[in-house]
Design a protein around this ligand. Structure first.
Ligand code: PGA
Length: 255
């Protein structure tokens, strides 16, 4: 990370875990543990837990995020949630393009782009996920692939809006598997994402963009990953569900 140039952000992605009451208890327990953090701390919780999370996080340095939005502002999309609805609730962040949504819910780089634009228009901060499958790493196309995912998802995003965009590099083979990219792989691929941003927006802008690593980041490997120049934080799944583990990662990012 480079704290002179960009914010370090540790975000928990709870996925489909925790009830609203568990959410209240968790945030209340977490708050004093991360009160001294010098990085940004975000919990991205299930939709039905947002209200409880926002209430419990009031007066703390914990920010609350959702895990998805629909790209239309409103209309006949049964079961979907629009960006404005989240903004009205007090939500600050939204994850877009997580590999589980690409894999199980048919999201594409194009729908990610529409969602990024909708989120920014509603005043939400975006955590855009990119990352390769194992075969793609073995085929040697990782850097091209994450560059392409980044460029397509950011189509028509203005340079001045990039301050509200975080990119999370998450190798799909490392998510929830216990396999982590080496710190060198994370740094190299995060660097490739930054180079793609630089292609479109120029190097100076690209240097200010927060690029996280995600994929089995935990209390044991966070120090090494976060020591890398291009790794500006983490998007944490499993380890974000336990207060001691998540706190330890936040402390690594606050050094
Ligand atoms: P993991 O998940 O930390 O459990 O690997 C990361 C993510 O999916 O964002």
């Amino acid at each position: 990370m480079n704290t002179q140039l960009r914010r370090t952000v540790i975000a928990g992605n709870w996925k489909m875990n925790k009830t609203p009451s568990e959410t209240t208890a968790f945030i209340k327990e977490l708050a004093p543990c991360v009160a001294d953090a010098t990085c940004d701390v975000v919990c991205c919780v299930p939709y039905v837990c947002l209200q409880n999370a926002i209430e419990a996080a009031k007066g703390t340095n914990i920010k609350i995020g959702a895990q998805n939005i629909h790209f239309e502002p409103k209309g006949a999309y049964t079961g979907e949630i629009a960006a404005d609805m989240l903004n009205d609730l007090g939500v600050e962040y939204v994850i877009i393009g997580h590999s589980e949504r690409r894999q199980y819910f048919a999201e594409t780089d194009e729908t990610c782009n529409k969602k990024v634009l909708a989120a920014l228009a509603a005043g939400l901060k975006v955590i855009l996920c990119v990352g390769e499958h194992k075969e793609q790493r073995l085929q040697g196309v990782t850097n091209e692939l994450v560059g392409m995912q980044t460029k397509i998802a950011l189509q028509n995003v203005k340079a001045e809006d990039l301050k509200n965009v975080i990119i999370a590099y998450e190798p799909v083979w490392a998510i929830g598997t216990g396999l982590t990219a080496t710190a060198e792989q994370a740094d190299e691929t995060n660097g490739a994402v930054r180079a793609a941003v630089a292609d479109v927006y120029g190097k100076d802008v690209a240097e200010t963009v927060t690029i996280q690593y995600g994929g089995s980041m935990n209390a044991g490997n966070a120090d090494e990953l976060l020591a890398k120049y291009h790794v500006d934080g983490g998007l944490i799944g499993g380890a974000s569900l336990k207060v001691p583990d998540f706190t330890s990662i936040v402390k690594s990012a606050s050094k």
